[in-house]
Design a protein around this ligand. Structure first.
Ligand code: SAJ
Length: 467
């Protein structure tokens, strides 16, 4: 019996006859569903959010800037990709893939959405079908929560159904490309589940695929993101040291990176996005609960979280120095968590803006990709946003910003007083910014020299900043 179920499903997958449902049509669920539809499967893209399903039905997606996704949606919808909010559409699925969020709670991960999706999957999957979890799982949750949920329904993995954990690791901004080309990990407790999941991924993944146990798969995903978070934190720590020691981090990084085994990342106003801000905590909590406190992971996370507050404080001081103690006007250019994505999830620009407002400043926000005020005032035109500003802060590394004509930007400020350009993501050459008439400031530069510059400037008013 067992053998028949397995062969039958493998054949259904290889022949593309398998009916697949994907629970969660967000950042990962939608592109993955579309890739499987492109591979020839009939795919139901399920989400409990009816508005999301309605917009997908109109060919609208928040992933419109992700290369290839809007095209696949309009090509495949109602052909073999069917967005739906109806649970009945899931019944009898051969394969169900779960791609719902795993948010961070106050003191631990929140698995409620994953468990609820798993229960939906268990009600809908056909006997001998395959369930794949792509949602991030904290270490040991496959053994401690996923398997017990399945077994509580009287079902046996590897006999009544097949089950695998396959964490996604694609980079926002390059989602489709990375979902196809990245190396994939499959975590499974039994050989058949692992092999079936592999056959499925081989239908649309060109990267290497390796099968391991679920705990290893859980660890790998979280270790990758913690590694990146710690490396960015190191760059941020070097920047903070450079600020107090009076060295320019840009030069330090450039020269250190000439060493064959050094690759220092880029410091900046903070680390955002849904993954780096929570995955290290998942690892931290899991390990701490079992007796080892991973200090490095915790301290890196805290340091990265501090960055937007640190630069808000610095700019507050700078503005007040500039204006004899009074507050000022800030233009914050770039609100997304990183460049060239419209994604505002956990953006460090939000605490930055809120802290500046709390400190009494007027904050105007402009972003070509995301129209959100983040607590300030959204201005739809960059040149309007900078009018009368004391500080212009570039806070996202959008390609469009790198092309900005700084002289034109300086003229748009329309005032003779000194104007600070805070380059929070290292977009500009300091010399060019100064030649355009700005006082250039960026993370990892001494603020003492800035204070001196401000003092000498005030004694020769408007000398260099006339426009
Ligand atoms: N950042 C810096 N300095 C840098 C690089 C990035 O400050 O040198 C900042 C960015 O501005 C951003 C944050 O870090 O605010 C994160 O950006 P990112 O591009 O490093 O990563 P994400 O969050 O977009 O995607 C990460 C990726 N993980 C790794 O590279 C190990 C991606 O592969 C994962 O799929 C994704 O998390 C996820 O979903 O887990």
């Amino acid at each position: 019996m067992e053998r028949i179920l397995y062969d039958d499903l493998e054949t259904a997958i290889k022949s593309r006859k398998a009916k697949i449902s994907v629970l969660g049509q967000g950042y990962i669920g939608l592109p993955t569903a579309l890739l499987m539809a492109r591979a020839g499967f009939t795919v139901y893209g399920f989400d409990i959010d009816r508005d999301l399903i309605d917009s997908l039905s109109r060919n609208e997606t928040k992933l419109k800037d992700e290369s290839g996704i809007p095209q696949l949606l309009s090509d495949l919808k109602e052909r073999n990709y069917f967005p739906t909010s109806e649970q009945e559409d899931l019944y009898g699925s051969d394969v169900i893939l779960i791609a719902v969020p795993t948010p961070k709670g106050r003191n631990g991960p929140n698995l409620s959405m994953v468990i609820s999706a798993l229960e939906t999957a268990l009600r809908s999957i056909r006997r001998g079908g395959l369930i794949i979890i792509e949602s991030t799982l904290p270490p040991r949750s496959f053994y401690d929560y996923i398997l017990p949920t399945v077994e509580s329904k009287g079902l046996r993995v590897g006999e009544d159904l097949f089950l695998a954990y396959c964490p996604e690791r694609a980079l926002p901004g390059k989602l489709l490309y990375e979902l196809v080309h990245n190396f994939r990990i499959i975590g499974a407790v039994d050989d058949k589940s692992g092999e079936l999941a592999k056959v499925l991924y081989e239908s649309f993944v060109e990267g290497e695929i390796e099968i391991v146990d679920p705990l290893t798969a859980e660890m790998v995903k979280l270790v990758e993101n913690s590694y990146r978070d710690i490396n960015i934190a190191f760059a941020n720590e070097v920047a903070r040291m450079c600020e107090v020691l009076g060295v320019d981090v840009r030069k330090v990084r450039q020269l250190a990176n000439k060493h064959p085994r050094v690759n220092m990342l880029i410091p900046g106003i903070g680390v955002g996005g849904s993954c780096l801000t929570k995955d290290p905590w998942f690892l931290y909590w899991a390990s701490k609960d079992r007796g080892y406190v991973p200090h490095l992971i915790r301290d890196a996370r805290k340091l990265n979280d501090e960055m937007p507050y640190h630069y808000a404080e610095i700019l507050d001081e700078v503005i007040r120095q500039l204006k004899g103690g009074r507050s000022g006007v800030m233009a914050v250019l770039g609100s997304t968590y990183k460049g060239d994505v419209p994604d505002l999830r956990e953006t460090p620009v939000e605490p930055f803006v809120k802290e500046l407002i709390k400190r009494g400043h007027v904050v105007r926000v402009y972003d070509p990709l995301a129209r959100s005020p983040l607590g300030g005032e959204y201005v739809a035109d960059m040149l309007d946003a900078v009018k009368g500003a004391d500080v212009i802060a570039f806070t996202a590394d959008h390609s469009d910003f790198k092309m900005v004509d700084l002289k034109k930007l300086r003229r748009a400020v329309k005032k003779d007083d000194p104007v600070i350009l805070f380059d929070g993501r290292f977009l500009f050459d300091p010399k060019e910014a100064e030649e355009a008439g700005f006082i250039y400031l960026s993370p990892g530069r001494s603020y003492d020299s800035l204070s001196e510059a401000l003092v000498s400037m005030r004694s020769v008013p408007h000398l260099r900043y006339m426009v």
